[in-house]
Design a protein around this ligand. Structure first.
Ligand SMILES: [Cu+2]
Length: 126
């Protein structure tokens, strides 16, 4: 039989563990949501440096998306970004802001990557 104090400590422990689990897995799975501009476009700036930041991006289906890529490295690997499911790709000259526009119609998870698929990101369409 547990003492009331033990029960409280146990419950606090469980709550803390759940909070830590949510922080590390739950929040990451949710991704960074693109913000809608007055023009009705879901826009987000994505920095490219050893990876995509943010690498998980959340958008709403049926609304135009503009992801602006800014590449901050000279490594050839990330010179091109490809969205195979949306038939889009773009060259990313170092230091320039390059927009990639498309309209996601169907909810789902869509990968994007560098040309060789080594550096990856995920677009979550809700
Ligand atoms: Cu690459």
């Amino acid at each position: 039989m547990m003492e009331p104090a033990q029960i409280v400590v146990t419950l606090v422990g469980i709550t803390l563990m759940a909070g830590v689990a949510w922080f590390f897995w739950g929040s990451r799975r949710a991704g960074v949501r693109a913000s809608v501009t007055s023009a009705g476009v879901q826009e987000l700036l994505v920095l490219v440096k050893g990876g995509y930041n943010p690498s998980v991006i959340e958008v709403q289906a049926g609304t135009p998306v503009r992801l602006t890529f800014q590449r901050e490295e000279s490594a050839a690997c990330t010179e091109v970004v490809v969205f195979p499911d949306f038939d889009r790709s773009a060259r990313l000259p170092e230091g320039e802001r390059i927009p990639v526009d498309f309209v996601p119609e169907v909810p789902g998870s869509y990968a994007f990557s560098c040309e060789m698929g080594m550096v990856r990101g995920m677009l979550l369409v809700r």
